[in-house]
Ligand binder design. Structure first.
Ligand code: S3P
Length: 398
């Protein structure tokens, strides 16, 4: 972690204070928990992007009154029992988070739901949630393990399980914990490395009883049924800040302050990585808001050295790997990215698409089974080539 220092900013040619939009993962979860809690949940700095708006629409189609006023979202929740059957299938666009979390939440409801998505979402693996949900007694029809997911009514609720996940995935973990709200008994999830823990933090803030023991999280549905509405301020998204962090580091004579960014330790892999690579980076004005730590992040132009990105670090920066590849290209030496097979099943195959992008920019890169090796030549000796690139509809690449 960077030292907390409030330094005098040196005068730089490109000096910026930047507010990036609200965190996507936290925005989704704030709608979900607000919709099943009792009372009015007020959300500030909600990310009004298409993915989170799909989650909002999903609950409106289940009869929840959700309003937007002066840039804030107000959810008038009446508890899980008041959700009503939707008239048609629930379209979730491009959002893997919406589909996987909602499949868990809806699997124990007393009416049918059908979750569908765009072409990219319909090609992403859903067995990782279908299998454990089926163990809990859910009945789900899929298109050979992919969306659309037809989830059958389960008036009697689900059975608790202890699920040992082979992958570190917050979507899988959250799906099962949310399904656990409608199960009889204590549901637990164990993962191989810690994935983002926004669901755990927010469930607790809304009044759920959650226990964490190392890499195992358990939820008790009895004391978690009566969730209570909250005022939520969504931190700015570190995954969006990442683009500016990388830009400042690789540009000459730049100094950026990214304001009020979420620095939950399960998401700050990019900060640790920048530090390891030699970037000048520090935090100021650290605060805790709704159980989530936030800070202003200051970063300056830096000379970077190559590093290895693997193991526990991967889930802490999984979404930032496309932009991190540019850091590696501008660093001195070989950066090795491994243990990152999960990149193959994101909005695009992000190993293949990131390598394609790097090659278009003139970077030497080798593909490996679980990542890539990027040959960095240092920013003084190597300039990225101007190019035109097809982002394949993947926002992290665009
Ligand atoms: C997310 C979890 C991560 C991440 C995704 C958002 C979430 O996916 O890549 O962008 O909000 O839970 P996995 O759970 O598949 O690792």
């Amino acid at each position: 972690m960077p030292k907390v220092v409030i330094e005098k900013l040196q005068k730089k040619k490109l000096q910026k204070e930047i507010f990036v939009p609200g965190d996507k993962s936290i925005s989704h979860r704030s709608i979900m928990l607000g919709a099943i809690a009792n009372g009015t949940t007020e959300i500030s700095n909600f990310l009004m992007g298409e993915d989170c708006l799909c989650t909002k629409k999903a609950f409106q189609s289940l009869g929840v009154n959700i309003e937007e006023k002066a840039g804030k979202i107000f959810i008038h929740g009446k508890g899980m029992a008041q959700l009503t059957a939707p008239q048609q299938e629930i379209y979730l666009g491009n959002s893997g988070t919406a589909m996987r979390l909602l499949s868990g939440l809806f699997a124990g409801l007393p009416f049918d739901t059908c979750l569908s998505g765009d072409e990219s979402l319909s090609s992403r693996p859903m067995q990782r949630v279908i299998k454990p949900l089926e163990k809990m007694g859910a009945i789900i029809e899929s298109n050979d393990g992919k969306a659309p997911l037809k989830i059958k009514a389960k008036a009697e609720g689900l059975e608790a399980i202890r699920h040992e996940s082979k992958i570190a995935s917050a979507q899988v973990k959250s799906c099962i914990l949310l399904a656990g709200l409608n199960a009889s008994g204590i549901t637990s999830v164990v993962e191989p490395h810690k994935s983002r823990d926004h669901s755990e933090r927010m469930l607790k803030a809304f009044g759920a009883e959650l226990e964490e023991n190392g890499l195992e999280v358990s939820i008790n549905p009895e004391s978690s049924k009566n969730l209570v509405a909250q005022k939520v301020t969504v931190p700015s998204d570190i995954s969006s800040a990442a683009f500016f962090l990388v830009a400042a580091a690789i540009l000459d004579d730049a100094s950026f302050v990214l304001k009020q960014v979420g620095i939950n330790p399960t998401r700050t892999g990019i900060i640790d990585l920048l530090e390891n690579m030699g970037a000048k980076i520090s935090f100021a004005n650290e605060l805790i808001v709704n159980d989530e730590p936030i800070a202003d992040i200051h970063i300056e132009s830096s000379d970077l050295k190559a590093t290895e990105i693997s193991g526990d670090l991967i889930p802490r920066l999984i979404d930032e790997i496309p932009v991190i590849s540019l850091l590696a290209a501008q660093a001195q030496g070989k950066t090795i990215i491994k243990d990152a097979e999960e990149l193959k099943v994101k909005e695009s195959n992000r190993i293949a698409s990131t390598i394609k992008l790097l090659r278009t920019l003139g970077v030497d890169v080798e593909e490996t089974a679980d990542g890539m090796i990027i040959e960095g030549k240092g920013k003084r000796d190597f300039e990225l080539t101007n190019t035109c690139f097809d982002s394949l509809g993947d926002h992290r690449l665009a």
